[in-house]
Design a protein around this ligand. Structure first.
Ligand SMILES: [Fe+2]
Length: 496
């Protein structure tokens, strides 16, 4: 048992993880060792002396014995302690037990806080200092209520850092990569003590991977990854086309660990009802989802299920995904003063050299299309959250708009724990393209980091962004909505 309130039982290999939370419900996840029931005990007292059996679920053999328990009938804005057991006996020990807070009522004004970040591998040069910093923030008065993980939650391909000592090839390898990252590090605490919303970036499958056509018959990694692996004597399976067994292993374990406990998907891929997402050529389904939290609406994009590059052209998302995004923007534009577009990769980072790598600057037609949607529908109060770069940046962009120009901001954070991209500032710049009047950096930071966001609507909609590092905040940006002029930056200060 650890000092922070996560009881380590032998019942579970990984978890518990707190998933999607609403004012009345929560989804609790674990991965077990065998087929069997999972019981969720929930109470208001830290030692669970008032615990009631709130719900039960089953581990799924076809999903690596992962299970989700859906707890309903909770009170909004309330802290609950909990534990998951394999036997139907109430928790007896003194704890400590982890806890989570339910979401506030839909009409809540805030303030509300969340964190977000991406990129963690257990053997990284900075260890888990960012995660320790997050655990420290959980006891503050303005503690985060939930978190977003924006991709590269595991690095199955990073042989020397993932703990496996090799590039993952099988479903057991991929599951072990999750166990090493989530059960053997401070993430065990963090995942149990906060609801988390997740999406993949490239490494959940392989470095910079993509389909070679929209039919999704063949997948590859980048040419430089394949060349490097060939030169360093890696198994042939890692440098020819991505094998079907690796793809299956990656998609299956992504579903089990990251999606199974999430918010409802906008258009679920076939197979997820049976806990086995299929990768059918004809299936237009994807892992994108939306949720709301008080006065903020979130759209989490899936930029990998249908990404392709090659002789047939290139795209980040399919037609159904684009139509869905547009419908959502129109739906939330006036109903939610604060909107977050969650993209695993940066929209506003422009590489000076066209090296590839699969960010929006490699898909210029779609990047224009994205900004065109914001301009054409005059979607003000939209903030882009992103990761991937291994260097943090804040971009302030002035978009053309249809009725009037308006500002949008991109908060790009990463890594939680990975090598930092020291040359990011020299090798990149803020992207300007049709629809964007100006774009400029408020700064870049090549240190381990994650994002902290607080928002509310009193007296007017406002947002505070803080770039968090193991030693404290490095930047604070305050944005406010002015009834006449729209969203404005009113302050930005360097931190400690
Ligand atoms: Fe990464």
């Amino acid at each position: 048992m650890s000092e922070h309130g996560v009881k380590h039982t032998t019942d579970w290999v990984v978890g518990p993880v707190v998933g999607h939370v609403t004012p009345e419900t929560v989804r609790l996840w674990v991965r077990g060792r065998a087929a069997g029931p999972v019981f969720a005990w929930v109470g208001r007292e830290p030692d669970l002396r008032d615990a009631r059996l709130a719900a039960a679920g089953q581990t799924w053999p076809e999903a690596g014995f992962a299970a989700v328990v859906d707890v309903t009938g909770l009170e909004p804005d309330t802290r609950y302690f909990y534990t998951l057991t394999a036997a139907e006996t109430p928790p007896a020990g003194p704890g400590p037990y982890p806890s989570f807070q339910t979401a506030p009522p839909a009409d809540a004004a805030g303030p509300l806080t969340f964190v977000f970040g991406s990129c963690f591998v257990p053997g990284n040069p900075y260890g888990e200092a960012t995660v320790q910093r997050l655990l420290h923030l959980l006891t503050a008065a303005d503690a985060p209520r939930f978190g977003l993980l924006l991709g590269d939650q595991i690095y199955p391909d990073a042989a020397s850092e993932n703990g496996l000592g090799r590039i993952a090839l099988t479903v057991d390898d991929y599951r072990e990569a999750y166990r090493l990252a989530w059960a053997e590090t401070a993430w065990r605490e963090a995942l149990a003590r906060l609801p988390w919303y997740m999406i993949w970036d490239d490494h959940e499958v392989d470095n910079d991977w993509f389909w070679t056509s929209p039919d999704r018959v063949e997948a590859q990694t980048s040419w430089y990854t394949r060349l490097l692996r060939r030169l360093t004597g890696q198994p042939r399976e890692t440098w020819v086309n991505i094998s079907r067994r690796r793809l299956h292993a990656a998609v299956q374990t992504f579903w089990e660990h990251q999606m199974m406990h999430g918010a409802p998907l906008r258009l679920p891929p076939e197979g997820v009802e049976a806990q086995r997402p299929l990768i059918l050529t004809s299936d237009r389904g994807h892992f994108g989802y939306t949720f709301t939290y008080g006065p903020a609406a979130f759209y989490v994009l899936d930029l990998h299920s249908h990404r392709y590059m090659g002789a047939y052209g290139r795209a980040m998302m399919n037609a159904e995904q684009w139509a869905d995004l547009e419908h959502w923007l129109l739906d939330v534009r006036d109903r939610y003063p604060i909107k977050f577009l969650v993209s695993s990769v940066s929209v506003f980072f422009q590489q000076r050299l066209p090296m590839g790598g699969g960010r929006w600057d490699d898909f210029p037609d779609e990047r224009r299309r994205l900004v065109h949607l914001l301009n054409a529908h005059q979607v003000e109060g939209l903030f882009i959250l992103t990761g991937d770069l291994h260097v943090a940046h804040v971009v302030e962009a002035r978009l053309e708009g249809t009725e009037r120009p308006f500002d949008a901001w991109e908060f790009s954070v990463s890594p939680w724990g990975q090598h930092v991209f020291r040359w990011g500032r020299l090798l990149g710049k803020p992207a300007r393209f049709p629809g964007v009047r100006t774009a400029r950096w408020l700064g870049t930071w090549a240190v381990p980091n994650f994002g902290w966001v607080r928002y509310g609507t009193e007296p007017r909609p406002w947002l505070l962004f803080r770039l968090e590092t193991p030693t404290g905040p490095r930047l604070t940006v305050r944005l406010e909505h002015d009834p006449a002029r729209g969203w404005q930056r009113v302050a930005s200060e360097p931190g400690a």
